[in-house]
Design a protein around this ligand. Structure first.
Ligand code: FES
Ligand SMILES: [Fe+2]
Length: 455
């Protein structure tokens, strides 16, 4: 069956997969995907147990014995640092009668079950059973008493888990995202703040809100060039650029870091040529060099921003399927993680990450208490994004609304993301899914892609 798009443009070589509420026209997304309990249950069965998920930042578990619990749907996973190099993950369930072993996070040498006191080392080996002679020998095999391992791999300053032992390696599922952010040295970024929002919307709706810049004029008017002190010529050029940096900085509480803004302020009066393009090029490269030298001088690992620009690594945002974003700005970055809490409930987390000299890193970040989307403490940009989402979730239920009508040119990432999900729900093999995942691990504002699912 040929793909049907509302516009008949951007035809991709694929057909609707045998999935309820499948995306049958690439630019039309059925609304039921965002609230139908059966669709949600299918995701819980076919998607989440087979994808790499960001389980924690490694700075949460710097020392041996440091652990966090990562909760996804009905599963709880213990992620624990065993030594300087190794982090392991286990199902958070006692091998005796299933009690959840630990809650939250902390530091332990031994996990002790609160019910009958069985114990495990951080290497997962059982170290104590009360009255083992009271059990049949067949129930006491040491191998069988180990905590059940979960796949865990490290990348980009984070531990990632996958509940499927047959899944491809993390890196295979993270390209080209992983290579781009290796170049950014994201593994040395540190948390400046970490906040979370409990949103009354489906997790895919929350995700899609960050997959296009088409909403910026209406939702974030302060980010439009027309709201800036306008000039593409010096000296206004530096002022315009600084306006944008400050607006992003205040808007996200650190998306453009105050350190970098201060460095730009110091350069405001440099000599620039009259030609606007040449002036912009010199302003950018001078600012990049100044930021790089400042951070390196204080002992931070910092990529060469002009080298990244020369290599074309300039995207302001990239998505990693299924639930992670990175948004670098100069020395720093924002990062998002999205998790379903129910068909119409989502945990949306935001990190503000920056460069901190290694000798000034103090303590470890701990999970924030989730805030409401309309909490006055949200900085302006997320507050604006969050304000639309509950209204959109309500609107989806309208009898007068059937499907989302996507731009096949600039809202394509939403379609690509939704159709990879269909690939998972249809149980496609990994060698078909991985190339499609890579086509969603992209920047935003991209066209609908051919995911190669064929017909
Ligand atoms: S349930 Fe854990 S020791 Fe019995
Ligand atoms: Fe936004």
């Amino acid at each position: 069956m040929a793909v049907e798009t509302g516009s008949r443009r951007g035809q991709a070589n694929w057909s609707a997969l045998p999935v309820p509420w499948a995306v049958a026209a690439a630019d039309r997304i059925p609304k039921q995907r965002y609230y139908d309990p059966d669709f949600y249950a299918l995701e819980a069965q076919m998607l989440w147990p087979r994808v790499w998920q960001m389980a924690c930042r490694l700075e949460e578990i710097p020392r041996p014995g440091d652990y966090v619990t990562y909760e996804i749907l009905q599963d709880s996973i213990i992620v624990v640092r065993v030594d300087a190099e190794n982090v392991r993950a286990y199902h958070n369930a006692c091998r005796h009668r299933g009690v959840k072993l630990v809650e939250g996070n902390g530091n332990r040498r031994t996990f002790v079950c609160p019910f009958h006191g069985w114990c495990w080392g951080i290497d997962g080996r059982n170290t104590f059973v009360l009255q083992p002679e009271a059990f049949a020998e067949g129930n006491m095999h040491p191998d069988d008493l180990q905590l059940v391992s979960v796949r865990c791999e490290l990348w980009g300053g984070c531990a990632w888990i996958n509940l499927d032992d047959g899944a491809p390696a993390l890196r295979d599922c993270m390209e080209p995202f992983a290579s781009i952010y290796d170049a950014w040295h994201v593994e040395t970024l540190r948390t400046e703040w970490w906040q979370s929002c409990r949103l009354p919307v489906n997790w895919k709706l929350a995700t899609a809100a960050f997959m296009e810049g088409y909403h910026v004029p209406q939702t974030h008017p302060q980010l439009l060039p027309t709201s800036m002190p306008s000039s593409s010529k010096p000296p206004g050029l530096a002022r315009t650029n600084l306006y944008f940096m400050r607006t992003l900085g205040e808007g996200m509480a650190g998306m453009t870091h105050a350190n970098d803004i201060r460095i730009a302020e110091g350069l405001q009066n440099i000599e620039l040529p009259d030609d606007p393009a040449a002036a912009m090029a010199i302003w950018r490269s001078t600012l990049n060099d100044a930021i790089v030298s400042w951070h390196r001088a204080r002992g931070c690992d910092m990529p060469d921003l002009n080298d990244l620009a020369r290599r074309g690594i300039t995207e302001a945002i990239n998505f990693a399927f299924p639930h992670y974003f990175l948004l670098p700005q100069y020395s720093s970055a924002s990062s998002y993680r999205i998790r379903p809490l129910g068909p119409e409930e989502t945990l949306f987390e935001i990190w503000s990450l920056t460069r901190i000299p290694p000798d000034q890193v103090t303590g470890k970040p701990t999970p924030p208490e989730p805030m409401a989307p309309d909490d006055p403490r949200w900085p302006p940009i997320p507050a604006q994004d969050f304000s639309n989402l509950p209204r959109q979730q309500k609107g989806l239920h309208s009898k007068g609304f059937e499907f989302m009508r996507l731009s096949d040119q600039i809202e394509g990432l939403i379609s690509n993301f939704e159709r990879v999900i269909d690939g998972f729900l249809a149980g496609l093999p990994y060698d078909t899914l991985v190339p499609a995942i890579r086509k969603t691990n992209t920047t935003i504002d991209v066209p609908i892609a051919d995911l190669g699912f064929g017909s």
